[in-house]
Design a protein around this ligand. Sequence first.
Ligand SMILES: Cc1cc2nc3c(=O)[nH]c(=O)nc-3n(C[C@H](O)[C@H](O)[C@H](O)COP(=O)(O)O)c2cc1C
Length: 211
Amino acid sequence: MSTQTPLKVLHIDSSGRYTDSVSRDLTRYFADELQKELTDTEITYRDVAKGLPFVDEAWVTANFTAADDRTDAQKQTLALSDTLVQELFNTDIIIIGVPIYNFSMPAVLKAWVDMVARAQVTFHYTENGPAGLLKNKKAYLVVASGGTTIGSDIEFATGYLKHILSFMGITDVEIIKADVLMADAEAKLNEARTDIRRKVDFTSKQSALAA
Ligand SMILES: Cc1cc2nc3c(=O)[nH]c(=O)nc-3n(C[C@H](O)[C@H](O)[C@H](O)COP(=O)(O)O)c2cc1C
């Protein structure tokens, strides 16, 4: 199936492991199925587990200096953050692999959030309060856990990610879960794959309508 313009997908992984990573397997499955179903798909891949810097003083100072007044060194300090922000602006669909680490997300995924949540760039303050600047995007959180139930009171990743994405304007966020994998992992994986195929089917129909 082809659409008038390519469907742009940003595929993000954050698991520290590459062998047997459930979240990596499922996000890849999602991206592959989308590409099969909608042949005109452009996928950008970002593996944040390869490492991202933490916010430090130089970064904060550069970020809080008006864009026109930044020195070359400050521009360089913000260069990776600018690239990550641009990846978000350039996409229609964001697929984020979220392994649950210590009841939350991997630190490197939070580092990614800190690199893209930027005042005047991805959000700003209006007389009615904060408003997100990322528009018309849909995000899928593909979450894997060993024993923590996703959406329970002791799971601190998905609620936070939904909030921060919506703070930046991405209000349409869905969760695909393979949780409590310590019990009946195969059934959980099959359910997650079925859920992904449903979402791909939905996206394909939406794209056909828009074409
Ligand atoms: C450092 C670390 C911390 C973890 N903490 C939790 C946890 O708090 N709750 C949980 O259910 N599983 C926890 N797990 C298990 C992972 O969520 C589970 O293995 C999941 O499949 C990881 O995603 P991945 O397969 O994509 O690597 C942890 C795993 C690691 C490596």
